[in-house]
Design a protein around this ligand. Structure first.
Ligand code: DGY
Length: 333
């Protein structure tokens, strides 16, 4: 269901008047208010699921701006259905769902939401890491089953983190924030990224991919999904992991060949995986769902009220700025 909501309120900046923005999902606070206050007419999908093809057509036909989410594939065909489109604001830091070349050739600005979700995502990577290392899922299930008989010296023994090595693949903002948290757990940090980075106050040693695989007790992935990083972790890389390694992924599912991961977990080549993202999201394989040594979350990396509010704010500002003829705050590509 699409609902049009007009801006043009008294006393607000109406310097993007007459512009229409299609919003592909309901949004958390501040929602579409900033767009309306900026003078845009907003057409919004009212359901928390992807619009149907018909709804996309209706939404895009008149849209000058689009606010979309990472599950929306915005390709050439979709852009062709939006002849007035000037700006696409993706409600995410990652933008692998958008065909940047097609946007460029049509003169459409694409924007993302960097920085504001860094801490939320880093926290979630640690939540997965701790849940996996200390077997929280199994413990909670035991308790809820009603069959817990009390404390036992041999029950649900997990893995201690102190003195272990945290490996980070991709050392941008989120990778660095994850690394920063490691000091509190007494872990040392190695990282692999396209170029060595010296970050003041952060002790972390650059290594190549081989060194990362062989040296990490916990390996956490924080790289964008590109043609270069797709399936970066396949059968060969997974079998080169240090025995007992725990693998955490809060970036994009397709960095890992999920079929190879399933086989590696079954073969015990790694001790466990904490996943927030999936190769064929939102589909998660039955094999992974059945495993005890994995913790699975439904892409919650940026899901705090604080981070999401800022993400909505940045998207709204980017849309309004471009529609007013000003440069976007956070353009990509
Ligand atoms: C992003 O912003 O790319 C995250 O995956 C959303 O949570």
């Amino acid at each position: 269901m699409l609902r049009a909501q007009s801006g043009q309120q008294a006393g607000v900046d109406t310097s993007a008047p007459g512009c229409r923005v299609y919003v592909s999902r309901p949004l958390p606070e501040p929602g579409i208010h900033l767009l309306r206050e900026g003078g845009a007419e907003v057409l919004q999908n009212q359901y928390d699921t992807a619009p149907s093809e018909e709804e996309w057509r209706a939404g895009l036909a008149q849209a000058d701006g689009l606010l979309c989410v990472l599950g929306d594939r915005i390709d050439e065909a979709r852009m062709a259905a939006a002849p007035r489109l000037q700006v696409i604001a993706n409600l995410a830091v990652g933008y692998d769902n958008i065909d940047l070349a097609a946007a460029r050739s049509r003169g459409i600005t694409v924007t993302n939401t960097p920085d504001v979700l860094t801490d939320a995502t880093a926290d979630l990577a640690w939540a997965l890491l701790l849940a996996l290392a200390r077997r929280l899922r199994e413990g909670e299930r035991l308790l809820r089953s009603g069959s817990w008989k009390g404390w036992s010296p041999i029950q649900l023994l997990g893995t201690g983190l102190q003195g272990k090595t945290l490996g980070i693949f991709g050392f941008g903002r989120i990778g660095q924030a994850v690394a920063r948290r490691a000091a509190g757990f007494g872990m040392s940090v190695i990282y692999c990224s396209r170029s060595p980075k010296s970050v003041p106050g952060l002790a972390a040693e650059p290594v190549g991919l081989e060194g990362l695989l062989a040296g990490s007790d916990v390996l956490s992935l924080h790289s964008p999904l590109t043609e270069e990083t797709r399936h970066r972790f396949g059968a060969a890389e997974l079998s080169a992991l240090k025995p007992g390694c725990l693998l955490i992924n809060t970036s994009r599912g397709a960095l890992i060949d999920e079929a190879a991961l399933t086989r590696a977990l079954q073969a015990g080549e790694l001790a466990g995986a904490g996943l927030d993202v999936y190769e064929f999201e939102p589909k998660v394989s039955e094999a992974l769902l059945a495993m005890d040594q994995v913790v699975l979350l439904p892409h919650l990396g940026s899901a705090t009220k604080e981070a999401r509010a800022e993400m909505v704010r940045i998207c709204s500002q980017n849309l309004l700025r471009v529609l007013r003829g000003e440069p976007a705050l956070t353009p990509v590509g």
